[in-house]
Design a protein around this ligand. Sequence first.
Ligand SMILES: Cc1cc2nc3c(=O)[nH]c(=O)nc-3n(C[C@H](O)[C@H](O)[C@H](O)COP(=O)(O)OP(=O)(O)OC[C@H]3O[C@@H](n4cnc5c(N)ncnc54)[C@H](O)[C@@H]3O)c2cc1C
Ligand code: SF4
Ligand code: SF4
Ligand code: FES
Length: 628
Amino acid sequence: MMMSTVLEKQATKDNIILGLKKAMAEYEIAALTKKEGKILFDYIDDVNKIELQYTPTVLSPKKFFFPQEEVILEYTMEGKVQAKIDYRKMVLFGVRPCDITGIQILDEAFAESNGDPNYLTKRENSVIIGIDCNSVCDENAFCYKVNSQYPDGGFDIMLHDLGNSYAMTIATEKGELFAEQYFDSGRVDSEAMEEFIRTKERSFEEAGGPFEELENLPEIFAENEHHPIWDSEAERCLSCGSCIMVCPTCYCFDVIDELALSMKIGDRLRRWDACMLRSFAEVAGGENFREEVKNRVKHRINRKFNFLMRKHGKSVCVGCGRCVRSCLADISPVTIVEALTETSRQVRLVEKNNELYLPTKAYIREIVQFTEKEKFFELEMENGKSLNHQPGQFVLLSIFGIGEAAISISSPPSFGNRFDIVVRAVGDVTNKLHTLDVGDFVFIRGPFGHGFDKNIQREMEGKHVLFIAGGIGYVPLRSLINFTLKQKEHYAKISILYGCKSPEDRMYKDELDYISTIGGNVELLETVDSADKSWLKNTGVITSLIPMVKFHPENTIAVVCGPPVMYKFVIKALNDQGLSNENIYVSLERRMKCGVGKCGHCQLDDIYVCQDGPVFRFSDIEEKEEAL
Ligand SMILES: Cc1cc2nc3c(=O)[nH]c(=O)nc-3n(C[C@H](O)[C@H](O)[C@H](O)COP(=O)(O)OP(=O)(O)OC[C@H]3O[C@@H](n4cnc5c(N)ncnc54)[C@H](O)[C@@H]3O)c2cc1C
Ligand code: SF4
Ligand code: SF4
Ligand code: FES
């Protein structure tokens, strides 16, 4: 029962109570009240008996829709039988958020597949008016750990205490009709309402906020089937079933036939049952599928945070704290959840550390000889997973017996489990790689480093983007270049300046030739250090291309990658054209060994290029002596 209409109104407290009094002509009213010195939810015959101040009750208001015991069939021994559904037209007043979340869970559970007529008829004939909490009710309550203090359904009207008045969130048509008929309501004092919300947020935050890994609890529970806490909690558990009886979201029941003394007629009734009781899962012949206390404790808590949480998409424990208050053995879901979460956290930490230096096998699927010294390789991860990389990130490629080398990923993100690299044969690993064939394998760690992330990509939108790549420096930029070309209309202009030693050293030749034909707001300027007459484009160092590009410095972002010697000259040429260092990104190359900020090889003053870079805004590193 998700919220369909949300209306906000306000009425004085006196008016609300008066409205309930009037409604008594049509409805039975159940509310928080005092009986024999105890606070509980019960039917009332006088609105003056309503307790507005909340004290946690032993039983939750689920009993009005799913009573401890109810007749579901009446029969005679002659074979007549009829279904029995008891219901009253009722208003359930003053239910707190945790219990409302509990009712929402029961609504889903009883409505799914074979809708339960006994529960659903009672619910259809009820109007639920909640009273919001803006502070934690006692030390055992932990609604804020499972976020049940903010129900998004399960009520018709929710009242928020603004002093002499209640603001109303009206969530259903039923609630709207009821409020219209019985409450004299006006506009909400929005300032007071905002203050209520702020106070609520603050006090639940101060209480501690949600479980550290609330969303992951089903996985955490599945991982910890053999956790020692199951033994230690089971040792203390008395198997009394109190926790189940008081729980607003437990809904197991037993079905019993009772014959009248006359032995001629009888009732079939259902009665709350408790999976914590030994007999719950016993079958004929004495076989018991949940004989051990430990398994019953496990089952009960797993229902809340694992089995049923998967089904309902939220914790099925609403943190009302009733089981904690009622348990003589001091067993608390909080202790169990926190112990399992901590163990899973530790296990993941160890796994992550183990994985840090553990490479994954990747097969060579394609090789293209780009230039005399440079080869293109397409690699496929054996584990079937995508690298999930950002443009500008790199991997560590290893060949056992030789070593590892940092290599940029040249393909764009989301290429499935395949990715491309271009490698220049300069030393041990790269020369060995050049001897391998399609079908051979290497090992890969990563992706590593800080590439051209979403913030940088967003910063470029609407601007003139100037890519300046020298030699193999085209490779780390290629992924970003292709990304921008794909959505070229998002940029004022895209200029790609590419330089290499000779026309024979051009890499991705077909791609460069294609880019030169795109036109519109895309331009490609190329240069080589030296060439014969057949080369019709520019000859000279890459800086000679910069004055050929017309750009407005305040609306331009330059991205530079190339051999170390190139940066100083390129940045100076850009500065000469008025471009500030804030508008220049560089991708740096350093000697790298670990790739994860540990070995110190790539250290640049207080930063590690492998981790904090290789992509940097130049103004962030310009003061560092070893930057260029
Ligand atoms: C972030 C990053 C991305 C890179 N991307 C690519 C790429 O896409 N394609 C590519 O071909 N290369 C790339 N490199 C460079 C590559 O990692 C090095 O050339 C690497 O040393 C090659 O390993 P090797 O075992 O073949 O060479 P080695 O046997 O280590 O010999 C390399 C020789 O070159 C010298 N040298 C010069 N620069 C470096 C350097 N940066 N690292 C190590 N040694 C260096 C060494 O002193 C040594 O003598 C990248 C480097 C970094 C840091
Ligand atoms: S457990 Fe939370 S939502 Fe429930 S009554 Fe207490 S404070 Fe309110
Ligand atoms: S398990 Fe305990 S705290 Fe959670 S909803 Fe049930 S009674 Fe409340
Ligand atoms: S490569 Fe080891 S710290 Fe950067």
